[in-house]
Design a protein. Structure first.
Lengths: 258, 337
């Protein structure tokens, strides 16, 4: 338990320090997501159905902000490992008696929590820009965000495993961003089978909650079960795939290569 | 060696072949390496490039999984219980990329300790103490990319010391350091060994080996070719070679006369220094008498010292200490040219 705490603590600090020391990167990320929101917002204003415009704008404000979180949950670990390999520190991570997946997971969770501030800023900026207001049930949204993001962290572990072996997977990750965009923006009502994909059901509930269509108490047990099982399944699969790639990297002596 | 029981690190019949893609030959990096390291002291793991050193080191550090063989660290099977074994070992790998360049010296120390399960509240005072001890306290809040190569290396060593492991492994600890920084690092390593930890260093810097290591394991072509105390290996190749400095050039007549007795005579271009290797049955008195009789203007006479670099080169060339090409003491000069 002590090692969990220490790893979480020092990785939280490291990510926070780097967030501050790479401030231009942090700000450009914020600006990019706001710019994407503006494009979507203007698109809805110009060509959207006037009858559902307000609802669509609120839908986009939430989906865009959570797309940012999904991207971090998915990309952070792979990106961190590829960077570690390039900088030469990956082998130091692997010489720790604490399993490497715990270290990269601690970093990803730290970054996610730190990015929450930016997500809130993006949501507030979106509301101010559009004049559409969301019923901000932050505790409820956060409660649902945990299993929702856990399933994407599972995908992130798979990508991180690939990064251990193949290192330069930047192109693949860039393409995968569009897949995550689909997960974040596609309405579950239009494609019910998407419920089995990571994060979709959870995001659907978060949207309903934040748009005032439902309350935390109204979410059914079966829906909680679906979101939780989805998270467990994808996270466990992610961990398994990560360990398989890790084993391959150790057998091939690939950790120190870039 | 038979002391693997009670050894701090015991490597047995380690084998590793890297599989290549179709059309490329597989590479056997390590082919049955066995050795053990007793607790305490500094052991050198040496070998020419491509000898299998790095694969051996990385296998010990849990960074490469061997095809077969065993590695035990403090008796723990490092292949079956990788994480447990890693609790007893820390390493500074080759190059200057063992640290996070955007973090400060102190932040690096606390970060790496935390990843080993040490709380910042515990590691921070120790980090400060180490920075003080290694003369880095003034640079504690400096980002690593602003530190000199020597300081970075000292900090990387500090990271391993903060890990407080029984075994410390260093790959090329003095590579790229200037004379002063190299000397400081050597001093630190001596202190580390004196504190009772087991230090294993891999290096191409033979003066470092000669200065620091009590024992060396030399690998070549994936196999151990020598595993002995440095002094024993040096003794194996000790020669009876003497170098005479002259106060004037040696005459051709004297040279011819000397060559009749000493076929091994080597003369420098300016004829002011000669080297003779005595054979079995010859002694130094005889050489001095000959020089006096020939009225050679002798200014000084000393025994040619064998350094470990020569020993290393000879071992690698001959393949093994168990079957040297020529028994050095009998055959006379092996190294002097």
């Amino acid at each position: 338990m002590s090692s969990w705490y220490s790893v979480a603590r020092v990785n939280w600090s490291k990510q926070l320090i780097e967030l501050r020391r790479y401030l231009p990167d942090t700000i450009s990320m914020l600006v990019t997501f706001y710019a994407i929101f503006l494009l979507l917002f203007l698109g809805i204003r110009v060509v959207g159905d006037p009858a559902s415009m307000d609802e669509n704008i609120r839908y986009v404000i939430i989906s865009n902000a959570f797309w940012m979180l999904l991207l971090i949950a998915f990309l952070n670990m792979a990106g961190e490992l590829a960077n570690e390999a390039m900088r030469g520190t990956l082998e130091q991570i692997y010489m720790s008696p604490v399993p490497a997946w715990r270290i990269v997971l601690a970093r990803a969770v730290s970054t996610l929590l730190q990015t929450l501030v930016m997500v809130i800023v993006i949501i507030v900026l979106g509301m101010l820009t559009s004049g559409q207001w969301l019923s901000f049930s932050l505790p409820g949204a956060l409660l649902l965000a945990i299993p929702t993001l856990a399933s994407v962290l599972g995908l992130g572990l798979m990508a991180a495993g690939m990064a251990l072996v193949y290192k330069q997977i930047g192109s693949f990750l860039q393409i995968a961003q569009f897949g995550l965009m689909a997960l974040a923006f596609t309405p579950l009502t239009a494609f019910p089978l998407l419920e089995y994909l990571p994060a979709v059901k959870g995001l659907d509930l978060i949207r309903q909650l934040m748009m005032g269509d439902t309350s935390l108490a109204m979410i059914q047990g079966s829906e909680w079960l679906s979101v939780t099982l989805n998270a467990i399944a994808y996270f466990a699969a992610g961990l398994l795939v990560f360990r398989l790639f890790e084993r391959h990297a150790l057998r091939g002596g690939l950790l120190g290569k870039y | 060696m038979s002391e693997s029981s009670g050894a701090m690190v015991a490597v047995s019949d380690l084998r590793k072949t890297y599989r290549r893609r179709r059309g490329q030959e597989d590479v056997t990096a390590v082919d049955g390496v066995s050795f053990s390291v007793r607790p305490g002291g500094i052991t050198g793991l040496l070998g020419p490039n491509g000898a299998g050193k790095t694969t051996t080191i990385k296998s010990i550090c849990g960074l490469v999984r061997p095809d077969s063989g065993s590695i035990r660290i403090r008796g723990t099977d490092a292949l079956a219980n990788r994480q447990l074994a890693l609790a007893s070992i820390s390493a500074v790998l080759e190059g200057n990329r063992n640290l996070y360049w955007r973090l400060t010296a102190r932040e690096n120390l606390v970060y790496f300790a935390g990843n080993r399960g040490v709380r910042p509240a515990v590691s921070l005072p120790k980090a400060n103490e180490l920075l003080e001890r290694l003369g880095l306290i003034d640079k504690a809040d400096e980002q690593v990319n602003n530190l000199s190569r020597g300081m970075q290396q000292k900090l990387a060593i500090a990271v391993t010391l903060l890990a407080d492991t029984e075994v410390v492994l260093l790959d090329e600890p003095t590579l790229g350091l200037d004379v002063e920084a190299g000397s400081e690092v050597r001093g630190i390593l001596k202190e580390v060994a004196a504190s009772g930890r087991t230090v294993i260093i891999s290096t191409h810097d033979m003066p470092v080996v000669q200065d620091l290591c009590e024992r060396v394991v030399i690998v070549n072509r994936g196999r151990v070719i020598a595993d002995d105390r440095v002094s024993s290996l040096m003794g194996l190749f000790t020669t009876l070679a003497y170098r005479a400095q002259l106060s004037g050039p040696l005459s051709s007549v004297a040279e011819a006369a000397l060559r009749q007795h000493y076929a091994s005579l080597v003369l420098t271009d300016d004829r002011s220094e000669l080297t003779v290797t005595l054979q079995v049955g010859e002694d130094l008195y005889g050489l001095v008498d000959s020089l006096r009789a020939l009225e050679v203007p002798l200014a000084g006479l000393d025994r040619v010292a064998v350094d470990f670099e020569q020993v290393f080169r000879e071992l690698v060339r001959n393949g093994s200490t168990t079957a040297p090409a020529r028994p050095a003491k009998e055959a006379g000069n092996v190294f002097v040219v």
